[in-house]
Design a protein. Structure first.
Length: 277
């Protein structure tokens, strides 16, 4: 099974609360499943917003298997299903009308293992309304990465994340990317919120053995929008060592699960503990 089929099969068999939060450019479902209980803090964990980072979708299924003991987390394993399949399978994963469009865009290549964008060539993680279009690496025409889109939330996948996040009003979010083994937590917060967010980032960073980083010159991401628009702690975790090549294969999942598998439970517990003070 490919990554979308495996995610869909997991969703069908999942016994907890679940919903389809939107659809991709090619009509594929974007699945969300809730781990934990209704009491306590609520989080969102989203993964594979970049196509070539689809190993994070498999890690997300591991989060759901392990569960969350305090509070709950909505897990969205595959935020960019079309992009993930473009990286995993290539252009043959797309409908013919979409295939012809992208074939011209990528110079006639059928194999696109390093593809990050969606099926329209929009990089979803620069399509959010948080410093949109001001990132150092942004481009302004469809491409395999860094294209900001015509306007914020122009892509159906980023709109789906926005609308779902606004609907559930989470206390925190985590975005899973590859690679580099780093944790990003900052986006223009005022001092009092930066201190709050950094305390939680340190707890998460210790649990997953990742140093904290600030990504200056980056904007328009889901984490950035959560911090700026919703004023909540939001984190981006880059998993997998720099020595690995994109895309990181499923064969690395056991080591990744061993290192990161309890991250959501740790963070949810930390948010709950902070509330009690």
């Amino acid at each position: 099974m490919d990554v979308f089929e495996e995610t869909r099969e997991f969703y069908r068999n999942y016994q907890g609360e679940k919903k389809i939060v939107g659809r991709s450019v090619c009509g594929r479902e974007i699945f969300a499943m809730r781990a934990g209980t209704s009491e306590g803090p609520l989080g969102i964990s989203q993964a594979a917003i970049h196509g070539r980072e689809f190993v994070t979708a498999y890690l997300s299924l591991e989060f759901l298997r392990r569960g969350v003991k305090r509070g709950s987390v909505w897990v969205i394993p595959l935020s960019n299903p079309d992009g993930a399949l473009l990286s995993e399978i290539g252009l043959s994963s797309l409908p013919e009308n979409q295939r012809e469009k992208l074939l011209a865009l990528c110079g006639g290549k059928a194999d696109l293992p390093r593809w990050k964008a969606n099926a329209d060539g929009v990089d979803l993680n620069v399509n959010f309304d948080a410093g949109w279009g001001t990132g150092k690496k942004n481009v302004f025409a469809p491409a395999g990465e860094n294209y900001v889109g015509e306007f914020p939330f122009s892509a159906p996948e980023s709109r789906a994340l926005k609308e779902f996040t606004e609907a559930v009003r989470p206390d925190f979010t985590v975005s899973w990317h590859t690679k580099g083994e780093e944790l990003y937590w900052r986006f223009r917060q005022p001092l009092f919120r930066a201190l709050r967010d950094k305390r939680l980032a340190k707890i998460l960073g210790r649990a997953i053995c990742c140093p904290l980083r600030e990504s200056r010159g980056s904007a328009g991401g889901y984490k950035d929008w959560c911090v700026e628009a919703l004023k909540i702690p939001a984190f981006t975790v880059e998993i997998g060592g720099d020595g690995l090549s994109h895309p990181i294969g499923k064969e690395h999942l056991p080591e990744l699960a061993n290192r990161y598998g309890d991250a959501l439970a740790v963070l949810s517990e930390a948010v709950k503990a902070k509330r009690k003070r």
